[in-house]
Design a protein around this ligand. Structure first.
Ligand code: HEM
Length: 712
């Protein structure tokens, strides 16, 4: 089989990974009879072999035993962290060569398209937990290069909680559900998590990121990804340059609002997984730019933070991100277990022309991933289809559970008398480590700059826009209110006070028994790149956004069609919501198929909502529906773009959102806009309406809308 596969693949051109995966895919259909595992055709699989109709079941029934026994062993251990995730295949195309910095072909050959795979995940929850929880997101990318698999096992946040991998175990034991009752699932809103964070100054910067909107992304398609650590690139002379990796989404970096995230955890626990799947099925392939921050070897010490400290980022104001290639996800998996559960990323998967830095967190990861895959998948996990490189791979590793291939090599050791599996010199492409000069005393210490914990946390907070700051306050209030020990709240607040006294005062407003410490100075510096609302290089587009169009029998066909066409032309996903599934008839007898119903969906499923009017007074009566009114109020509360057409304007201004919209909008003929709500008594050709609506959706949210009084 190995030879067959290698023959099929042989080189990494374009769809090499797909061709390789295809060779491992078994077609099953109505022409392929059911058999036992050893190939015997099965005549009966519904009733076990029994000693008479009312007699005992007999042990002899090998099919019954095989079926039940295999089922008994279907589960494997879920990942120790990042258990919940979704994956997809795609491709990576380099557009700007780094050939002056590295010999790695993946970063220097712009003619190649390299197969790619990405698994997105949450960190804390178990495999069946909800997608929308407050948590960092894993962003693990594998590029199946000509020179081996390159895994960038990153997160959607550029920094990490702890500086040294030895602390990772404590961190995970603290942030996972508490051990006595396994509550709460998939979130840090509990005493142990905040006890740990309060007692570890090194978490101060990461805390800001997880309390910000970054920890509740709108979708995987709207997330940045970061390699986090500093890595090395090596050129043909062996010269080393430091590099950090960034993935920037073409759709911009955007988030949910917290109330929406909370509701989605129940309304659609698969929200992110579904979004990714649907987008790929619809041909709206998510794309990211791979960016690099390059630091010359001689500049290693010029920053006031240590490049080896993963709790610090390199501000883009100091070192710009240069985009060098595009990642596109364009293929959903065929079999979730085989292709997502069994994918095994490892930070130590790098290719010639690259190397690690001495980041102590990375060093531990380079041990941990390989090790943990063994307990999840066994020592031969690298042979599994999704994990196999597309270039030839030949090791002297032997045996172990589930050895799949018969290797012809009779001398599985090196060197051997036949020179089987010869090594490759670095000048001919063999992997070679950077000969870093190291000297020092063996001791348990970090570099002195590791001991500064507050500066970048302040930089992050100072760089946020007002709505983002408000969201950080609410997030802290929510999390700390779920800590039942005052001591934990107080320690956390003391740490928050070191970031910003105003922030600590605001957070303390909802915590009764704490004292805000005296003010300490905030350096006041800002970065132009960190805010999702005002940050430089942020993208605002309506492309790929899901719009729910709500209609009832008797709706006005003329109000729907032009809008549907215009939004689809703007690459938005248009979804219809009606009283039931199937066709809804317009007043002119035309029909529209609805995918969602008022009952099976909530406003949270959509980025923006349009309520369509009808041609009769009877239609207005039908609009008086609790679910519809709730959808309008809820989406208004979640700061989304909303629109009403025809006599739905009347309904929206008077019934759904009384007092929040101009009551006279219905008596006008022109389209008006108030609080991000488009009111169109007449849609006309649809051109003006669509243009205004698309531009409103592109803004992502209406940040200055007042919603404290809204109950939904
Ligand atoms: C910068 C810090 C870190 C980042 C960005 C990170 C990221 C990730 C990601 C994305 C995954 C999921 C991989 C997948 O989708 O299959 C993962 C899993 C995991 N991580 Fe990390 N991690 C970090 C730190 C650590 C450290 C320090 C350790 C251990 C010392 C660790 C141990 C693990 C383990 C055991 C898994 C489960 C892997 C599996 O079973 O497939 N991580 N991490």
């Amino acid at each position: 089989m190995a030879q067959v596969v290698d023959k099929i693949v042989n080189s990494t051109v374009g769809d090499a990974k797909k061709r390789q995966m295809d060779s491992f895919t078994i077609e099953q259909n109505n022409k392929t009879p059911l058999t036992s595992y050893f190939g015997a055709k099965i005549a009966e699989t519904d009733i076990a072999l029994r000693a008479g109709a009312r007699g005992p079941t007999v042990l002899e029934d090998f099919h019954n035993r095989e079926k039940i026994s295999h089922f008994d062993h279907e589960r494997i251990p879920e990942r120790a962290v990042h258990a919940r995730g979704a994956g997809a295949f795609g491709e990576f195309k380099l557009h700007t060569s780094l050939s002056d910095l590295t010999t790695a072909k993946i970063l220097s050959d712009t003619s190649k398209t390299t197969p790619a795979y990405v698994r997105f995940s949450t960190v804390n929850g178990s495999r069946g937990s909800a997608d929308s929880v407050r948590d960092p997101r894993g962003f693990a990318v594998r590029l199946y290069t000509d020179e081996g698999n390159w895994d960038i096992v990153g997160n959607n946040i550029p920094v990490f909680f702890v500086q040294d991998a030895i602390k990772f175990v404590d961190l995970v034991h603290a942030v996972k559900p508490e051990p006595h009752n396994e509550i709460p699932q998939a979130q840090t809103a509990h005493d142990n998590a905040w006890d740990f964070m309060g007692l570890h100054p090194q978490t101060t910067h990461m805390q800001q990121w997880i309390m910000s909107d970054r920890a509740i992304p709108r979708s995987f398609r709207h997330m940045q990804g970061f390699g986090v650590h500093t890595f090395r690139l090596l050129d043909k002379e062996g010269k080393s340059t430091f590099v950090k990796y960034h993935w920037t989404p073409h759709l911009g970096t955007h988030s949910l609002v917290w109330d929406e995230a909370l509701k989605l955890a129940g309304q659609d626990p698969d929200f992110h997984r579904r979004d990714l799947w649907d987008a790929i099925e619809a041909g709206a392939y998510p794309k990211w730019e791979l960016g690099v921050q390059i630091v010359k070897e001689e500049d290693e010490h010029k920053f006031d933070f240590d490049l080896l400290d993963s709790t610090k980022l390199i501000p883009e104001d100091l070192v710009p991100v240069q985009n060098i290639g595009t990642l596109t996800l364009n293929r959903n998996p065929i079999d979730y277990f085989a292709e997502v559960e069994q994918v095994a990323f490892c930070t130590q998967h790098i290719v010639p022309g690259m190397d690690f830095s001495s980041d102590p967190l990375l060093a531990g990861r380079n041990f941990s991933y390989q090790d943990t895959q063994i307990s999840r998948l066994g020592v031969n996990f690298g042979d599994l289809p999704v994990n196999r490189p597309v270039c030839p791979f030949m090791t002297n590793q032997r045996d172990g559970q589930h050895t799949m291939f018969s290797k012809t090599n009779r001398q599985a050791y090196h060197p051997n008398r036949h020179d089987i599996l010869p090594t490759t010199e670095p000048s001919k492409g063999g992997f070679h480590s950077y000969p870093e000069v190291v000297s020092g005393i063996k001791e348990r210490v970090h570099g002195p700059k590791f001991n500064e914990f507050v500066s970048q946390a302040q930089l992050f907070y100072n760089s946020m826009s007002e709505p983002e700051k408000k969201n950080i306050v609410s997030a802290y209030q929510f999390e700390l209110s779920k800590c039942y020990e005052t001591e934990v709240q107080q320690t956390a607040l003391n740490r928050i006070n070191l970031i910003d006294h105003g922030l600590a005062v605001a957070v303390a407003e909802s915590l009764k028994d704490v004292t805000v410490p005296d003010a300490v100075p905030n350096h006041g510096k800002k970065s132009e790149f960190l805010s999702q609302i005002t940050g430089k290089n942020q993208t605002f587009t309506a492309e790929g956004r899901k719009v729910g169009i709500y209609l009832l029998p008797g709706y006005s066909y003329a109000q729907v069609e032009p809008i549907k066409l215009a939004l689809t032309a703007a690459s938005m996903m248009v979804k219809f919501v009606g009283p039931g599934t199937g066709k809804v008839e317009a007043s002119n007898g035309m029909t529209q198929i609805t995918e969602f119903t008022f009952e099976n969906s909530r406003s949270t499923h959509f980025d923006a909502l349009i309520f369509i009017g009808g041609d009769s007074d009877d239609y207005k009566k039908k609009l008086k529906n609790g679910r519809l009114i709730h959808a309008a109020r809820e989406s208004y509360m979640h700061l989304k773009a909303i629109a009403a057409t025809g006599n739905a304007v009347d309904w929206l201004t008077d019934l759904a959102l009384p007092g929040d919209l101009p009551a006279d909008a219905k008596s006008k003929t022109e389209i008006t806009e108030a609080n991000g709500v488009l009111l169109a008594p007449s849609v006309g050709t649809g051109a003006e309406f669509s243009e205004k609506f698309i531009s409103s959706v592109a803004k992502h949210r209406v940040w200055d809308r007042e919603v404290d009084h809204i109950a939904a």
